[in-house]
Design a protein around this ligand. Structure first.
Ligand code: NAG
Ligand code: NAG
Ligand code: NAG
Ligand code: NAG
Ligand code: NAG
Ligand code: NAG
Ligand code: NAG
Ligand code: NAG
Length: 574
């Protein structure tokens, strides 16, 4: 009897412990061969308390029980985190073999506790996983008065064995980091100023595909809300940052622009109204999108056996092209070499690239003090090369980018209303002898309406309507995918010395398909931390969720927030 009730009590405690809020980002489950033999290893386990400047650094050894190292069909990472108390969202940088392989951020905890799991397909980094090396997770967290949330993290890697019926994942011959190469912290660089590194490329390189990581932080967290310098004097001080809202991430080779990205605006979970992002985060918050460029046209320049300078920077549309502090950037090169060790030869036959985007700024200031500003920008890049490999094959490479950007901001009614309407769209295409190698058709519309409900701003609401629409072929080594996500979220927030509180809603319509025939659709809504709708379909649909999202609201999820972060540093202190 006693034992039996002990079991009941333990069962109840386990259940009670399980009632933490399950946070998640809408995303497709990784398209991996589930029928393959799988080997899961723990990469690291770490409680990030006061961890500023104190990353987790572990040594990795490839597993040998799912086939020879590097012969895997796929590799995924499972990052599972719990936290409770009050804490800000924090950036997480996963660096492996000096290459950034995942940029994430943390949902803000509740007093009753949160848990989230994100499973990421890292098959494109298999060349790194084939060798032993250093794995670093930088998650700079602060414990101080009012902030007690610890992030308790676990990271596992799962290796999928290849077999006669399940082929190994295609892979580059070498991955070269465009990073700080530091061994004691995450390897992203803070810009401005631009980050440069000298890199020597193998002389028999025939193809180079670049991937860029970039996100705005600090005074650049809400970069799309920054105002053109021309109109700063028309706004009360403390409402906005300058340098305008346009940002392009540029990759330069020996000081020549090789390609650019018009970035997607990732909103972190503490962004503007934290209540809008609980339990469903903003799209991209747990797995920030990256950008892919074909650098193959530069092969003729790079195969001389000498170091060449690669630069990543972020430029604005202001006359000095400067930005505020700061963006974190890094990149990597996926290198394909020829079977012949003979150096590749060739020449760049066309280079039609402006150093910066072409832009314009217009606006009006009303007699009532209202200010409206519109910034537009566009970009055309065309680079062509003729390349002959050591084994004698010739590749005609054509690389083009055609990108458009527009941002309108309204500052109305004594700046109690602040709206932004931004779109970034583009067509990116490279062909090798007429065959598509990299392509990216994207559209990132973003509309945020922020309204201060009290003159001191101690209560406010915001509406978010944004989409991530992207048909992407990152390189011939990675399947092409088509993602269409639309997210509409609202949040209401009260700042009070008795504790910050509020409420929110979040609805998402997501679809995914890829060149291997996988499909996934999800529609999921939340109101006041309660999931009110959740449907999945497609070949990747789960019979069972990784973690079951809450069907009953967690009352603790409506209060106990840290300070709100508003655009322009409009921090309200009571
Ligand atoms: C991810 O890891 C967590 C913690 O180890 C585990 O509970 C969960 O089942 C894993 N999920 C998947 C899909 O592997
Ligand atoms: C929540 O906080 C308690 C007390 O600080 C701690 O023992 C527990 O491990 C935490 N739980 C989670 C999910 O982090
Ligand atoms: C990091 O470690 C690698 C391998 O040991 C070494 O080549 C490199 O110089 C180190 N980086 C720095 C900045 O010390
Ligand atoms: C790259 O090498 C050149 C020539 O040696 C040198 O002047 C430059 O400072 C180097 N740049 C970096 C970022 O190391
Ligand atoms: C600014 O835009 C708002 C919303 O479109 C409009 O109502 C207002 O008249 C405009 N004011 C000025 C000064 O352009
Ligand atoms: C505009 O807002 C400021 C700051 O809250 C306030 O001091 C001022 O009185 C307001 N002006 C009007 C016309 O409401
Ligand atoms: C923001 O306000 C504009 C103008 O009032 C409106 O057209 C738009 O639908 C609003 N956006 C959202 C996300 O509600
Ligand atoms: C959030 O709270 C505000 C203010 O009490 C209220 O007007 C609004 O309807 C609430 N929203 C939801 C989704 O309950």
């Amino acid at each position: 009897m006693f034992l039996r009730s002990l079991v009941v009590v333990l069962g109840f405690l386990c259940l009670a412990k399980a009632q933490v809020l399950v946070d998640f980002q809408v995303v497709q489950p990784p398209p991996v061969p589930l029928k393959a033999r799988q080997c899961t290893v723990e990469i690291l386990q770490r409680d990030f308390a006061f961890s500023f400047g104190d990353p987790e650094i572990v040594q990795y050894t490839p597993p040998t029980d799912c086939g020879p190292a590097g012969s895997w069909a796929a590799v995924t990472l499972n990052f599972t985190v719990t936290s409770n108390g009050t804490q800000f969202d924090r950036l997480g940088i996963f660096t492996f073999q000096n290459v950034e392989i995942w940029r994430t951020s943390t949902p803000e905890p509740t007093t009753n506790g949160i848990i989230w799991t994100y499973v990421k397909d890292v098959s494109r980094y298999i060349p790194l996983f084939a060798d032993p090396g250093t794995f670093i997770l930088q998650l700079d967290n602060l414990i101080q008065t009012g902030l007690n949330g610890v992030y308790a993290t676990e990271l596992h890697a799962t290796f999928f064995e290849s077999s006669p019926t399940i082929p190994p994942a295609p892979k580059a011959d070498k991955i070269i980091p465009l990073s700080t190469l530091l061994n004691n912290t995450g390897d992203d660089a803070s810009v401005p100023p631009g980050f440069s590194i000298n890199v020597t490329i193998p002389q028999n390189t025939v193809k180079i595909f670049a991937e860029l990581y970039a996100s705005g932080n600090g005074n650049e967290e809400f970069w799309y809300f920054n105002t053109a310098n021309e109109f700063i004097p028309d706004l009360p001080s403390g409402t906005t940052f300058g340098q305008g809202p346009f940002r392009e991430v540029r990759l330069l080779v020996d000081n020549q622009v090789a390609g650019v990205a018009f970035p997607y605006a990732t909103i972190f979970t503490g962004g503007i109204v934290p209540t809008a992002w609980r339990p469903i985060t903003s799209y991209g918050a747990l797995d920030l999108p990256t950008y892919f460029l074909d650098l193959t046209p530069f092969v003729p320049l790079l195969v001389d056996g000498q170091p060449h300078t690669f630069t990543i920077d972020v430029a604005s549309a202001e006359s000095d092209h400067a930005i505020n502090q700061n963006w974190f950037v890094s990149g990597l090169l996926q290198i394909v070499t020829d079977p012949s060790p003979k150096p590749t030869v060739g020449r760049i036959t066309k280079y039609s690239v402006d150093p910066f985007a072409v832009s314009s700024t217009t606006g009006s200031v009303g007699t009532n003090g209202d200010v409206n500003v519109t910034v537009t920008a566009s970009r055309k890049i065309e680079i062509e090369s003729e390349i002959t490999s050591g084994s004698g094959e010739t590749n005609i490479v054509v690389w083009s980018q055609s990108l458009e950007y527009s941002n309108t901001q309204n500052y109305l009614q004594n700046v109690t209303i602040q709206n932004v309407f931004q779109t970034a769209t583009g067509q990116v295409l490279s062909t090798h002898n007429g065959v598509e190698a990299v392509s990216d058709s994207f559209s990132y519309p973003l509309n945020i309406n922020l309204t201060l409900l009290t003159p001191d701003g101690s209560s406010f609401d915001a509406l978010f309507d944004h989409s991530y629409v992207r048909n992407l072929l990152p390189s011939p080594l990675i399947p092409k995918s088509d993602i269409n996500n639309h997210q509409f979220a609202t949040g209401f927030f009260i700042i009070s010395s008795a504790g910050n509180s509020g409420n929110g809603t979040n609805s998402n319509v997501f679809s995914y398909s890829d060149s291997q025939g996988n499909t996934f659709n999800q529609e999921v809504n939340a109101v006041l931390n309660k999931i009110t709708l959740d449907t999945e379909s497609g070949s990747l649909a789960r019979n069972q969720k990784i973690l079951q999202p809450q069907l009953i609201p967690d009352p603790s999820a409506l209060h106990g927030f840290g300070a709100a972060r508003l655009p322009g540093g409009r921090i309200i202190h009571l």
